[in-house]
Ligand binder design. Structure first.
Ligand code: HEM
Length: 284
């Protein structure tokens, strides 16, 4: 990857983790207005304002890198491929507007979850543009095909799990089950409130993803597909680590450093799952 690609992707990683820390520390409303903070680009700084306003400035930096990346890709890509940077630009514009709405509507759950889901899509589109800089390289990266069905389903379940995690977080359901492996002392609590249900669903789908990863590992081993086997092996390991981190998120009572690492690993997982789809379709 070139310098611009590394800068765009690197700053985007920082932006996403920073955003997670802002909300984990409860500083999401440190600046009551938007896009400025107390009407200023350089407001008086304290730690909460540094975190919240810093997140917005980081968003601006990512947008600038993105502008140059998209400009280059619109030039390099041909035909329908040009839709990729254009679509990413549309999603980024939506994201900036959503960021404002999130503040105006005081962190409303559906909006913050939508903001998160959109951020992940932008992340994946930018990752694809960085990985495939030229038109011929991009034409080797196909997503939809019946051949890659197993991997596409895996990717979609992982995306669902990321958004569900964000919904759990923004519904304040992170400690709806404060214990582990049981929930409120039960394997399945007799009364499932909405928050307990969300929390349990997130736990169970984490385990389901792990089992699915093992299933793919077995298939790639049997079919002796070396690259894909190695990739799915890494993915399975990361999902195992992610489950352990999820447990630690609960027992640490949502320590913000743990939730930030939980998100970082989630980004790595979905990135590798996307690679697995592209790789499966390479030979088509
Ligand atoms: C494949 C497995 C998993 C993935 C990909 C995943 C991903 C995520 C993501 C993306 C978030 C939201 C982060 C954010 O909004 O910034 C989240 C939140 C959360 N996850 Fe997971 N997770 C997984 C498994 C688990 C497991 C097994 C547990 C518990 C045993 C768990 C516990 C939690 C909790 C409690 C939250 C909410 C944290 C909060 O309220 O701050 N996760 N997860």
């Amino acid at each position: 990857m070139g310098k611009l690609e590394k800068l765009t992707l690197g700053s985007l990683f920082i932006l996403l983790i920073w955003g997670n820390m802002v909300s984990g520390l409860g500083h999401g409303l440190a600046c009551p207005d938007w896009p400025l903070c107390f009407g200023q680009f350089f407001p008086d700084i304290n730690f909460p304002i540094f975190m919240e306003h810093g997140h917005r400035i980081m968003g601006l930096i990512v947008s600038i890198f993105f502008f140059f990346l998209a400009k280059n890709r619109i030039k390099n890509y041909v035909g329908k491929q040009k839709f990729l940077p254009i679509f990413a630009a549309l999603l980024l514009t939506t994201q900036i507007i959503l960021g404002g709405l999130v503040v105006i509507f005081q962190l409303e759950t559906n909006l913050t979850t939508f903001h998160f889901g959109n951020a992940i899509l932008i992340f994946l589109l930018i990752y694809t543009m960085c990985k495939y800089p030229t038109s011929s390289e991009l034409s080797s990266a196909k997503f939809f095909s019946s051949k890659a069905k197993k991997y596409i389903i895996f990717f979609l379940i992982i995306y669902f799990q990321l958004v569900l995690g964000a919904y759990t977080r923004h519904s304040n359901a992170g400690l709806a089950c404060p214990d582990f492996p049981t929930c409120l002392g039960y394997w399945i609590p007799p009364y499932l409130s909405e928050t307990v249900f969300l929390h349990l669903l997130h736990r169970f789908s984490g385990v389901l993803i792990f089992l699915y990863a093992l299933f793919l590992l077995l298939i790639t081993y049997r079919q002796n597909i070396k690259d894909q086997f190695k990739r799915i092996g890494r993915l399975t390991l990361l999902v195992g680590v992610q489950i352990a981190l999820g447990i630690y998120v609960v027992v640490s009572k949502l320590a913000f450093s743990m939730t930030a690492i939980h998100l970082l690993v989630a980004l790595l997982i979905i990135m590798i799952a996307l690679d697995a789809v592209f790789d499966e379709n390479k030979t088509i």
